[in-house]
Design a binder for this molecule. Structure first.
Ligand SMILES: C[S@@+](CC[C@H](N)C(=O)[O-])C[C@H]1O[C@@H](n2cnc3c(N)ncnc32)[C@H](O)[C@@H]1O
Length: 407
């Protein structure tokens, strides 16, 4: 039974039963739904009730003993000595581990069904382009990102999609519905940004790099139905699942390609009008980033746009306490590049990749969440640093002058 018509006294996450289902959604029992609900509520409690206390503890008892820090690492190390931070951090880590256990269990017990369904839905479909010989970069293969067993690429059996299905069902626990019904509120927000800021933009070819199982590229493909959309990722399980998921949602214009975004030489120069990445760069590496940025610039047609959407950078005006809390994922949630990536001068990296400074594009987006299903999130002001569904855009638009020169 849906709870959407029931009165509510607690301003917590919506019921898991409101999450949107598609043709690849794993089935969940009553107990499994309750487990997701419990974990989502625990995360919300940690963000809304405990984290403000950690801030007070920092101001009243940690900082006075460790005055005048000049780097976020000093703040983090000082916080490590505080019992409230220890409890908050251990519980937050616990919710990640329990999310993965809960999601893994849901998907493993129906692995055969899920794998067969994906195989059936993608059989002989030219929109699934896998490369069994692709080397998974070390920055991916050596880490279980955010405690996710096997990250995005491991296959337990040939044709495996269970890792992708686990990501799909479990993300609700961490975001508490803040990404909307289909966990695609980021993609929807990017579409809104584009329609508002570039109303006449009519891309013919769109590339999403590090697109995973396509949650955020599906709204883009829906908004530009005449465009050919390509979603590139290194993980075969996410791509198989992604194509089957997109088709089951009636989206037919996305091709899922297994490739490393550092080398997309399979596509010619200037092939895409829009190169998008969403919450991707932080899972690469400092060595990979220049190659990815160069490829994005090379692949862009004159007049086209590159958009990288990420959590905000640690700018000089961001308080060190906030930086330290945002850095939690780097140290306790298996996101090793998170810390370095958020201190980089992304504008400079875009310039080094070939954009001029006046071609750079900046903006901000917040996840679009269907208020009828997730009323609490419509006006949510709880700040869960590093988790809040609000991101910065660092982008670039190749000037038309290049187009004119080429003609
Ligand atoms: C945090 S997920 C984001 C997925 C998706 N953009 C979204 O918004 O849901 C990052 C994705 O980047 C992929 N990835 C990381 N490095 C990559 C690379 N060098 N080339 C292609 N994909 C990569 C991972 O496999 C993973 O699926």
């Amino acid at each position: 039974m849906s709870d959407k018509n029931m009165p509510r006294s607690y301003d917590g996450p919506p019921d898991y039963r409101n999450v949107g289902l598609h043709g690849m959604s794993p089935k969940t029992t009553h107990d499994e739904k309750s487990r997701f609900n419990f974990l989502a509520h625990l995360n919300r409690h940690l963000a809304s009730e405990i984290l403000p206390g950690v801030k007070t503890a920092y101001e009243t008892r940690v900082e006075p003993k460790n005055p005048f820090p000049n780097h976020r690492n000093q703040v983090r190390k000082a916080l490590l000595e505080d019992s409230l931070f220890q409890h908050w951090s251990a519980l937050r880590r616990g919710t990640m581990e329990l999310r993965q256990q809960a999601g893994r269990w849901v998907t493993l017990r129906q692995a055969n069904e899920l794998n067969s369904k994906a195989a059936e839905m993608t059989k002989d479909d030219p929109r699934l382009v896998l490369d069994a010989n692709l080397d998974i970069p070390k920055y991916l293969s050596s880490i279980d990102h955010h405690c996710m067993p096997g990250s995005y690429h491991d296959e337990l059996v040939p044709g495996d999609v269970t890792g992708a299905a686990n990501y799909d069902v479990g993300i609700f626990v961490t975001t508490g519905g803040g990404l909307g019904r289909f966990s695609d509120g980021g993609g929807q927000a990017v579409v809104q940004w584009m329609q508002k800021n570039r109303p006449d933009f009519a891309p013919k070819r769109i590339l999403d790099i590090g697109g995973g199982l396509g949650q955020n590229v599906v709204p883009i493909a829906q908004a530009y139905p005449d465009a050919e959309v390509v979603c590139v990722d290194t993980g075969a399980p996410v791509l198989r699942y992604g194509l089957a998921r997109a088709k089951s949602l009636g989206v037919e214009n996305i091709t899922f390609v297994q490739a490393n975004a550092e080398d997309l030489s399979r596509f010619p120069d200037g092939h895409f009008d829009w190169v998008q990445s969403t919450m991707f760069l932080h899972e690469t590496s400092v060595k990979a980033m220049p190659k990815i940025m160069k490829e994005s610039h090379r692949l862009l047609a004159p007049g086209g746009l590159v958009m990288h959407v990420e959590q905000p950078q640690y700018a000089a005006d961001m308080p060190l306490y906030e930086q330290a809390i945002r850095d939690w994922d780097a140290f306790y949630n298996n996101e090793p590049f998170w810390t370095k990536m958020h201190e980089l001068d992304l504008d400079q990296w875009m310039v080094d990749a070939g954009f001029s400074r006046d071609e750079l594009v900046h903006g901000g987006v917040a996840a679009v969440v269907d208020a009828s299903l997730f009323p609490e999130h419509a006006n949510d002001d709880v700040e869960d640093y590093g988790r809040k569904a609000a991101w910065h855009i660092v982008g670039g638009q190749k000037s038309d002058a290049v187009k004119e020169a080429a003609q």
